[in-house]
Design a protein around this ligand. Structure first.
Ligand SMILES: Nc1nc2c(ncn2[C@@H]2O[C@H](COP(=O)(O)OP(=O)(O)OP(=O)(O)O)[C@@H](O)[C@H]2O)c(=O)[nH]1
Ligand SMILES: [Mg+2]
Length: 178
């Protein structure tokens, strides 16, 4: 398995807006399902959670609660609290911070978040990877990711362009209805 080829621990934080598919992405990376996923309720994931791949503990993934409204998350301090909780769980620091975005749930929250990262959290940028969940939904509509990207707001397209090859479009878990 992949984990047999890495000699050092790899520490990954998964974050993003509510219901974007963070826990599904985290499970996907680990190849098991330690994190609860689903559409019901106000946010399945309540606190930053750390799970290490059990075979040899070489992949550590921290799943985080989603935030619904970026301005609210900043003003109430939730954003800072969530991020510092997650960072504390990956001492001495993360190798990757995965920003999860759903192809169906894209909103102003993501735009605000990206602006915050690029303006105020530049030190985070070198760790950021973007994962779009819901590739199956694009496939169902016969839409390529390139076509999907054309419709995205300019700041997000620029952000993705600057990430270069650190952008992935995945099927992390199908919605129960599909
Ligand atoms: N069709 C489809 N559905 C997905 C995909 N990834 C996740 N989902 C669905 O999206 C819903 C939310 O997934 P979660 O992984 O729980 O999302 P989350 O961001 O962790 O949610 P919270 O912790 O509640 O913020 C679930 O019903 C998943 O089945 C995908 O690639 N395709
Ligand atoms: Mg979750």
């Amino acid at each position: 398995m992949f984990s047999n080829f890495i000699s050092e621990e790899v520490r990954i934080i998964v974050f993003g807006t509510i219901k974007s598919g963070k826990s599904s992405t985290a499970n996907n990376i680990l190849g098991s399902k330690p994190f609860e996923t689903g559409l019901s309720g106000n946010g399945k994931t309540k606190k930053a959670n750390r799970v290490a791949l059990t075979s040899n503990n070489k992949i550590v993934v921290v799943d985080t609660p989603g935030f619904f409204d970026f301005q609210d998350a900043i003003h109430t301090g939730i954003m800072k609290e969530e991020l510092s909780d997650a960072i504390n769980l990956v001492y001495p620091g993360p190798h990757a911070i995965i920003l999860v975005i759903s192809v169906i749930g894209f909103s102003k929250t993501e735009l605000d978040l990206i602006k915050w990262i690029t303006d105020e959290k530049k030190d985070m940028l070198k760790y950021i990877y973007a994962v779009f969940t819901g590739r199956d939904i694009l496939e169902k509509e016969n839409k390529s990711f390139e076509k999907f990207k054309e419709k995205l707001p300019e700041p997000l397209r620029k952000f993705l362009h600057d990430l270069k090859d650190r952008v992935f479009v995945l099927i992390t878990q199908k919605r129960p209805t599909s």
